[in-house]
Ligand binder design. Structure first.
Ligand SMILES: Cc1cc2nc3c(=O)[nH]c(=O)nc-3n(C[C@H](O)[C@H](O)[C@H](O)COP(=O)(O)O)c2cc1C
Length: 135
C-alpha cells in the first residue's frame, strides 16, 4: 500500500501549558490509532515538528484540521512524499513532558526530521535577510 508522508514545523501559540500539550498529545494518539496515522510529534526549540504517515485521505483530512488549529501558527510543510511503506510503525509523542523508550531506528528518524525542519527554517531566515537587503 502506498503511504503518504507529510512533515511540518510550526510555532506553538503563546500561553500553551504543559497540561494543554498533554491533552493535545493524548487526543492525537487516540485519534491517530483510529484513522491509521503514525508518525511523531516533537515539541522543542519552541516549535512543533510533526511527521504524519498513512493513507492519503486520512493524512490530508487530519492536516486540514491541524492547519486550522489555533494552538499553533506559522505552519510550514517541509516534506511531502509517497513511500512504499511507513518509516515508523507507531505514533510517537516526544517532548520534554513525555518520555518514551525509543528504538535506535526511531531515534535516527527523529534526528533526520528535526534536521530537515531546522534546515527549512534556516532557508527561510536566509531568504528573509536577503529580502531585507533588497529593500
Ligand atoms: C501541533 C499539533 C499537532 C496535532 N496533531 C494531531 C494528530 O496527530 N492527530 C490528531 O487527531 N489531532 C492532532 N491535532 C489536533 C487537531 O488539530 C484537531 O484538533 C483534531 O484533529 C480534531 O479536529 P476536529 O475538531 O476538526 O475533528 C494537533 C494539533 C496541533 C496544534
Amino acid at each position: 500500500m502506498t503511504i503518504y508522508r507529510l512533515a511540518y514545523v510550526s510555532r506553538p501559540s503563546p500561553g500553551l501549558t504543559a497540561e494543554d500539550l498533554t491533552s493535545l498529545a493524548e487526543a492525537a494518539a487516540r485519534r491517530n490509532a483510529e484513522i491509521g496515522v503514525t508518525g511523531l510529534l516533537i515539541h522543542e526549540f519552541n516549535r512543533f515538528i510533526q511527521l504524519l504517515e498513512g493513507p492519503l485521505d486520512p493524512v490530508e483530512t487530519l492536516m486540514q484540521a491541524i492547519i486550522a488549529d489555533k494552538r499553533h501558527s506559522d505552519i510550514r510543510i517541509f516534506l511531502q512524499q509517497s513511500a512504499p511503506e511507513r518509516s515508523l510503525s507507531r505514533w510517537i509523542m516526544w517532548s520534554d513532558f513525555t518520555r518514551m523508550a525509543m528504538s535506535r531506528q526511531e531515534l535516527l528518524l527523529r534526528e533526520e526530521i528535526v534536521r530537515a525542519a531546522l534546515e527549512s527554517l534556516a532557508d527561510l531566515d536566509a531568504e528573509g535577510r536577503k529580502g531585507d537587503r533588497e529593500l
